[in-house]
Design a protein around this ligand. Sequence first.
Ligand code: SF4
Length: 249
Amino acid sequence: VRDDIVVSEIFGPTLQGEGPLVGLPTVFVRTGGCDFRCTWCDSMYAVDPSNRPDWENMTPGEVLDRITHLTRGFPLLVSLSGGNPALMPLGGLIERGHELGYTFALETQGTVERGWFAQLDHLILSPKGPSAGMRYERKRLQKCVEAAGGQTEMALKVVVFSEDDYQFARDLHADFGELPMYLQAGTPPIIPLAGVPEDERAEVTASDMRSVVAGNTVWLLERVKKDRWFDVHVGCQLHVMLWGAKRGV
Ligand code: SF4
């Protein structure tokens, strides 16, 4: 019986662009499929089943071979992302990767808990605020925290597009005070600009995105200062600042 992982893409090494491990060189394994449909999702190509023809069914061994090929065997950080990677059987991959010295971080919205969360080095739980248009269920998040246990480093990350999202993050922090909180200014979905020639669009939209994200981050920092909320990390997607919405970098 194959313990297949549905993979949307594997790429790197590149920088981890967000959350507690920002700046660390990493390889990304992005799984296909998600139980959410957030309004501002930036990876619908790994969510919407219409992209299934682009996804690959791979065994843990095949995924690990790809990782070791990309890293030339150097055991760095592997970031498991999606989609919702918690939908996939990733325990075997983590176990084999650990034997070769790799470390594993997984980011999920915290709707599905898995026993193998306890094998992870890092678990980043990223519940979605009201702007995502999805339902937050505390009980499910709590189960994820319990599944990870005491050994896995955990953090909360909330993407903030609005005052409501900010208040959601405040409440979450009050509720799960033992977990470090990372606020991330929202990256708006790109809108193709009318009148800009096709071959110049990527550059124009990338610089537009940068300035919007920078503005959102400054707003968020001001908001945090106003509340004197000083045990929180404020950031944005570093990869968007560097490369815009480009994939696979
Ligand atoms: S949970 Fe993440 S991957 Fe899934 S739809 Fe929302 S933003 Fe996209």
